[in-house]
Write a protein that binds this ligand. Structure first.
Ligand SMILES: C[S@@+](CC[C@H](N)C(=O)[O-])C[C@H]1O[C@@H](n2cnc3c(N)ncnc32)[C@H](O)[C@@H]1O
Length: 281
């Protein structure tokens, strides 16, 4: 099977902001794998929302390899790879792509269950295991408990996709009464509790009555970053970097979390270089 064959699954259509995200994680993974192996540590790559292995570019129809498939090609190799997707066809396709790789495991399941229950407990700091994790749901689908479980190991660092468009459009509507219950609870699950409402809305006395004001998305995300440090327990949390489309709109923010100061510096440099579309592609 050729690398870019689409074998019995519905590939995601992606914009160039997704390609830049794929490049960021792949670019970071290489020095990470080098450092881990030079320190004789056991390196894991864990992708909680891995997809089927191939995506289609929205504008040209071209096929591109997913982050997971790129990471599999990186040298030096990680000792183990874990790929999770809850879509049966995508995880089957990923399994076929990993055929013959005894170092790779593909799990069809809900990352919010599988990661804290069965995958993260394997990453034992005292057994010299370390993991780079990619948490890339396209919407408010990531459970806060996953982040707490990752931080508790002290051995996992992660790129986190913060789904800015979904949050802005659905959970942080300017007219708060229009937020649907379902969207409110998705946001609460991602945030860990309902304190996002206090970070997002405040009351001001208007001329005749109290008026509610919505905070800018940047300050809501700042509050989320603070939680990653103070509540989840990551020692270093990068700036939340807005990732732009060609119309200068923000599609999502990317945040890197780790226990290591050098790691956050390297990841930030790589993310900053990919924040905007390149003029050539
Ligand atoms: C944005 S795509 C992943 C793209 C991929 N990370 C990449 O960079 O190439 C998100 C994937 O998450 C999967 N997904 C959504 N919710 C999930 C969940 N709770 N557990 C596991 N997979 C999930 C979807 O089926 C989809 O394939």
């Amino acid at each position: 099977m050729s690398d870019l064959e689409i074998d019995d699954f519905e590939p995601d259509e992606i914009g160039d902001w997704t390609e830049r995200k794929i490049r960021i994680v792949s670019k970071y993974a290489k020095p990470y794998a080098q450092i881990i192996s030079s320190h004789n540590l056991h390196g894991y790559y864990i992708d909680g929302f891995s997809g089927g292995g191939v995506h289609i570019k929205k504008d040209t129809g071209e096929r591109v390899l997913s982050t997971a498939r790129r990471i599999l090609q990186i040298e030096p190799k990680f000792e183990r790879y874990v790929f999770i997707d809850f879509d049966q066809q995508k995880s089957d396709a990923m399994r076929r792509a990993c055929n013959g790789r005894s170092d790779a495991q593909v799990i069809c399941g809900d990352a919010n269950e599988v990661l804290p229950k069965t995958v993260f407990p394997q990453i034992r700091f005292d057994e010299y295991k370390r993991a780079l994790c990619f948490l890339d749901p396209y919407k408010m689908l990531l459970d806060w408990q996953v982040l707490c479980a990752a931080a508790a190991t002290k051995a996992i660092e992660a790129f986190i996709h913060f789904p800015t468009q979904d949050v802005n459009r659905n959970a942080l509507r300017h007219e708060r009464s229009k937020v649907r219950e379902e969207d409110r609870s998705r946001m609460t699950r991602m945030w860990g509790d309902d304190s996002w409402e206090a970070a997002a809305y405040s009351s001001q006395q208007g001329l005749f009555e109290k008026m509610e004001e919505r905070a800018p998305i940047s300050s809501v995300i700042e509050a989320f970053r603070n939680r990653l440090k103070k509540v989840a327990g990551f020692k270093y949390v990068s700036e939340a970097l807005p990732m732009f489309n060609r119309k200068n709109g923000i599609v999502y923010h990317l945040i890197f979390v780790t226990q290591n100061a050098t790691a956050v510096r390297i990841a930030t440099e790589i993310m900053e270089a990919e924040q905007r579309p390149h003029s050539d592609g």
